[in-house]
Structure formats: structure tokens, C-alpha cells
Ligand binder design. Structure first.
Ligand SMILES: [Zn+2]
Length: 469
């Protein structure tokens, strides 16, 4: 039956898409690992200490493993209810036929969590606002947003309407694995637009010709596929490594579904601020703000493995330099526990602490991007109890090539002074670091405060200079 599912790709695009898959590193490594496994070779799981120098500190503070290990029942093991909008039948099989069913099984915990996020009463307010909301401009701020409809008050009816809308969207929606070794995902209005995203020069005319077709497709990157299926992937590394992977995939899936849902309800209209208090008019981040109050992303997210899940104010999300808080593994784990969902999860748990909320003399962990003049490079530095304790090299576009790290680089960073709270301190050192880096030859345009250029260009309000809806 599954062989009869038509490909989302137009016939003329099949060789193009298959050649992209053939050249993709995540797919090549996955195939290589699976062949080695089938041949009975011992596959070494990469050890964190080889690629995450601050691993022992993160481990000690329980950001990597849950200590003591608590094995309560996880939702994925007992909850068989998976929303049809995540059905494996919606995944495109072109060039990846052998991976579709195994990967769908492997990400069952993520799909179970994503199902909770789109069906639990506590979180339905976001979807109901998109479903019923009407476009209005706020007089004070000039922001275009979705104003509440009186229909929101009839919750049982709203819930039923929402379920109907999800069912209709599921009839049009498709997913595909995008050949991509970075942690990215996107939603396109139709496969022609998705092709345009893969090679905008080659598919420009076709994408333009099909601009009005509504057949949304969500892509996840093949690096997720690698981590789900390779014997060396994050799913195999440990229970907690798998939970971080599953959390990350769940969040990414629902973020993209938020875009597809807005597109389904409001068609040609651009994404407004769903709620007036949103950081940017971007449906996926609006949903994240609704559920988490911030951005939560596993960092780093590489082929070698997946680091701690970190909480970041939206303001720092696409900025550089930025600051974030590595979260205890317990927080990630809690989303997957049956007991969390037996009653509604409380908001205090849903919203993790971010740097902006930290007071003076913070004893825990933060990551801050710092410039290390002695090594002439930028690094994400881990602080514990106000002291720098770990360092990670981080290349940014436009930077001169690093000259190599010197051992004293961290010693020069100093402590976070007790008189400042974390955000005040970061505001200060960010300015100093940027000036020092520019003086050392870094391109000033590489640094972003607040909204990234990508989002400035995409958001309709564009800080006042962009296209209007
Ligand atoms: Zn998005």
C-alpha cells in the first residue's frame, strides 16, 4: 500500500531531488553505519568528551543525564494515540523509502509529545486564536495581529472546530526529509516552493507559476534522520540523549505545523503577530512563546551528538553574540512522563528560566558568546557560579580564520561581577566584545542584536521598512 503513495515532487524534479539526497553527508554516513552494523562490525558510539569539552560540567549539573536515573513511564510507551496529522503516510518516500517506516517508529516519542501539544486543553489557546482570530492593527504599536473572536469562549465548540481543521489540513499536508546537515526545518506552500527553497535560481519560474497552489509541505533535515536511525546516532547514545533528540524533533514538528496551520486558515495573508506580545510576527515562534515563553533548543546539534537543551530569550535567538541557560535534563524528561500529562502541566514548569530572569549571584550554568582576544576567536563560554568553566569554539560568518586556542584564553574573561544581574552584565560585555572583535578584523555586519537580518527581511513589519501584508 505504501508504495502507491504518490511522491510530492513533480516528475521533472525527481532527478534533481534524488541527486541532492545522494550528495548529502547525513544520508551517506547513515548508509555507511547501517552497512557496517549489518556486517557485524562493532560501531563505537562517539563519546561526548571527544566533541563537547564542557561535558563533565554539564554532566555533573545534570544537563546531560538524569541523576539519579528515574524510569517512570514515558508517554510514548503507553500512549498509542498519535494524531493523524503526523501519520507516516504523509511522509514523502522519494529516495528514502527504506528509512520512512523505521524513522517514524524511532520518533514515536516525539510524535506522542507533539500530539500532546496539539490536543491538550492547556495548549489549545494558540491554535484556536489562529483559527478564529481576525487581522487587526493595534492602534498603539501599529502591529498587525490576530484579534480574539467571541467564539473563543465556547471552548467545546472551538475544540471540535479545531479538530475538524486539523483533519482538513492533514488531507493536504505532506512531510519530506530535506538533504541538510544543519538543524533547520521549514514549511513551504507547495512542492514547487519547496524546490525553490532548495535551488531558487533553478526553480524560480516554476515556483512563480504555481504560487497560488496550496499543498503545504514541511521538511525536517536529514541530520534528524541520521540521529534516529544510525547505530552511532543520538537515539542510541543514552536514554537522555534520545529524550533530547525526541524533544527537539517534537518542538520542530509543531513549530512547522504552526506555520502550515496559519497558511491553511489564512491562506495568502502573511503571518501577523498571533498575540500582540509576540517577539516577532512568526507563527512557529509565537507557538513556542505560548508554550515555553522562550526558545528551547538543543546545543550543540551536530552529527557527533546533541548537547544540553538550552533556554534563550527570543531576543537572543538569532542574535550573535547571545546568552542562554542550559536546562536540567529533568525538565526535558518531564515532558515525556505520563504523570506530567495525567493532570495539566503547570505553567511554571512549561516556562524554563532564561538569562533575563536570573538575578545577581546566580549559582547555576549559563552559556554566553564571548570574544577571546588572545586567541582572536569567538567562543560559547560556559559559566558556573559566575565563573567561566568551559569553552567551545564557534565559527561565525565573516570572521577571520581562528588562530588556535590558547590555554590562558579563559583566564582573561574574569568573573561575572556580583553587583550586576546576568542580563546587565551580558549587555555590558557584549558591547565591549564586539568592539574588540571589530578592532581585530571581524566584520561588524556579522554581529546581530535583536532580530536577525533573516527575520527582518521576512517579517512583514520589518521594523517599519518591509513589505506590508
Ligand atoms: Zn518558523
Amino acid at each position: 500500500m505504501v508504495d502507491s503513495i504518490p511522491s510530492i515532487w513533480p516528475h521533472s524534479a525527481l532527478p534533481f531531488f534524488i541527486s541532492l539526497l545522494a550528495g548529502n553527508r547525513s544520508i551517506a554516513l547513515l548508509q555507511q553505519d547501517l552497512i557496517a552494523e549489518a556486517a557485524g562490525h562493532r560501531i563505537p558510539i562517539p563519546h561526548y568528551t571527544n566533541w563537547l569539552s564542557e561535558f563533565p560540567i554539564l554532566l555533573k549539573l545534570h544537563c546531560i543525564e538524569v541523576v539519579p536515573f528515574l524510569s517512570s513511564s514515558y508517554i510514548s510507551l503507553h500512549d498509542t494515540a498519535i494524531h493523524p496529522i503526523f501519520s507516516s503516510l504523509l511522509w514523502d518516500r522519494t529516495g528514502v523509502q527504506e528509512f520512512i517506516d523505521p524513522s517514524h517508529d524511532a520518533m514515536r516519542p516525539a510524535i506522542a509529545l507533539a500530539t500532546k501539544w496539539i490536543t491538550s486543553d492547556l495548549f489549545l489557546g494558540w491554535w484556536i486564536r489562529v483559527l478564529y482570530g481576525t487581522f487587526e492593527t493595534d492602534k498603539e504599536s501599529g502591529k498587525l495581529y490576530l484579534a480574539a473572536s467571541p467564539k473563543e469562549h465556547d471552548f467545546p465548540q472551538a475544540k471540535a472546530d479545531l479538530e475538524k481543521a486539523f483533519a482538513q489540513l492533514a488531507e493536504n499536508l505532506r512531510y519530506y526529509w530535506k538533504p541538510e546537515d544543519e538543524n533547520t526545518a521549514a514549511t513551504s506552500r507547495n512542492p514547487w516552493m519547496a524546490l525553490w527553497g532548495l535551488d531558487n535560481q533553478r526553480w524560480d519560474a516554476e515556483a512563480d507559476a504555481h504560487i497560488n497552489e496550496f499543498a503545504p509541505c514541511i521538511n525536517l533535515p536529514t541530520i534528524f534522520l541520521y540521529h534516529l536511525l544510525s547505530p552511532r546516532g543520538a537515539r542510541q547514545a543514552s536514554t537522555c540523549s534520545n529524550l533530547r533528540l525526541q524533544f527537539h524533533i517534537a518542538k520542530t514538528l509543531v513549530h512547522e505545523l504552526a506555520h502550515a496551520f496559519h497558511m491553511f486558515v489564512h491562506r495568502d495573508k502573511c503571518e501577523p503577530y498571533i498575540f500582540l506580545e509576540d517577539w516577532i510576527p512568526e507563527a512557529g515562534f509565537s507557538w513556542e512563546q505560548f508554550v515555553f515563553g522562550c526558545d528551547v533548543t538543543a546545543f550543540p546539534f551536530k552529527l557527533e551528538g546533541i548537547g544540553a537543551v538550552c533556554a534563550m530569550e527570543f531576543e537572543h535567538m538569532h542574535a550573535f553574540p547571545g546568552i542562554c541557560v542550559p536546562l536540567a535534563m529533568r525538565w526535558v524528561e518531564k515532558w515525556f512522563l505520563n504523570e506530567t500529562w495525567n493532570s495539566a502541566p503547570d505553567i511554571e514548569f512549561c516556562n524554563p528560566i532564561t538569562a533575563e530572569k536570573l538575578l545577581k549571584r546566580y549559582q547555576g550554568l549559563i552559556y554566553a558568546d564571548r570574544f577571546l582576544p588572545s586567541a582572536n576567536l569567538w567562543s560559547r563560554v560556559l559559566y558556573q557560579n559566575q565563573k567561566p568553566v568551559g569553552i567551545q569554539s564557534l565559527a561565525i560568518p565573516g570572521a577571520p580564520p581562528p588562530m588556535g586556542m590558547r590555554f590562558n584564553a579563559m583566564a582573561n574573561l574574569g568573573m561575572i561581577p556580583h553587583r550586576w544581574n546576568i542580563q546587565e552584565w551580558f549587555d555590558q560585555v557584549r558591547e565591549k566584545d564586539i568592539e574588540a572583535a571589530v578592532a581585530s578584523g571581524f566584520d561588524r555586519d556579522s554581529f546581530v542584536k535583536g532580530r536577525s537580518k533573516v527575520y527582518q527581511a521576512q517579517c512583514y513589519d520589518n521594523d517599519g521598512i518591509g513589505p506590508k501584508c
